[in-house]
Write a protein that binds this ligand. Sequence first.
Ligand code: ZN
Length: 314
Amino acid sequence: MSAFMDFWLIVVLAGFAAGTLGTYACLWSAESRRPRLICLMYHRFVTDDEYRRCRGADRIYSLPLARFEQQLDYLRRNGYRSVSLAEAVAFAERRATLPERSVLITIDDGARSVLTRALPRLREHGFCATLFVTTDPTAYVFDASEPEQQRLTDDELRALDPDVIDVQAHGVTHRPLTSLGDDELRRELVDSRAALEHILGRPVRYMAVPGGWYDGRVRRLAREAGYEGVCVSDVGAIRPGTDVMRLRRVNVAGYNDLDEFIARIQPASLARIRFKTALRRVPKRLLGPRLWMPIRAVLRGSRSPGQVAARHGS
Ligand SMILES: [Zn+2]
C-alpha cells in the first residue's frame, strides 16, 4: 500500500512540476515575442520624507520622485519614446507599427501630485502620459488630509495639455467593477466617461479598470459603453494582436530601485512576474473582491483594512 501511495505521489508531483515548467515556458515564449510595447503603471508621487512614512500598500503605490526621475532618465538615455494610448491601441490592432523602444506611461486615479510632481519631470524628459481619473473627488483612493493626494480639480484637469497628459476614465467611485450588478456597473462606466467629457469638452475613449478587477462581463459592458480600449493591471507587454479590452501593464512599485525597474521591463522578468502573479491571484479569483480585499489588507499589514482596500493600486 505504501509503495502504491509513493508511486501516485511521485506521479502527482511530476505532473505538477511538468505543468509548472510548461506554464513558465509558455509565458517566457509569449513575453519574448517582438515587437512589444511596455505600458508602465504609476499612481501617486511623493517626496522621500513622505515615502519614509508610507506603510503597507502605500509603499507599493506611492513613488518617490527621485526614483521617477531616475526611471525617466534611464528611458530617455536608452532611446525610449513615449506613445499615446491611441497609438498603443492602433499597434495592438495592427493598424500601426511602433519603434522598438516605445513605452506607454500610465498614471492611475488622478491625484494632484501628478500635476505638481510628475508633469514637470515628464516635460523635462520629453515624455507624455495617460492619466486615468476617478471622477468622484471623495472616492477612497484620494486622501482629503493631503493636498497633493486629493483629486485634481475640474479646472486643473481642464488645464492639462492633452499632448502631455491625456485624461481617460477610471470609474466614478473606484469600487471593484466585478462586485457590481449590471446597472451599477453601467453607471460607473457611463457616468465617469460623461463627467470627464463634460469637464474636458472632448471625447474620452479609454479606461483603466479600478483595482485591476475585471472579467468578461466588465469588458463586454465597457465595450457597450463605447470604450475602445481598456487597461488592466495584469502584468505583461502589449503586442500586435493583443486584445485592446485587456491591455496589460507593468506596475512600478515605490520600493523598486532602478535595477529592479530595468529588470521588470525585460521579457524574462515579465514572464517570471506573470508566473508568480498567476499563482498569487488564485485566492483573489477564488474568493472575489469582497472576501479577498480585507484579507489582503491584513496580510499587507497596513494602517487599517479600510485604508488598504481604499488606497490599493490601479
Ligand atoms: Zn486606481
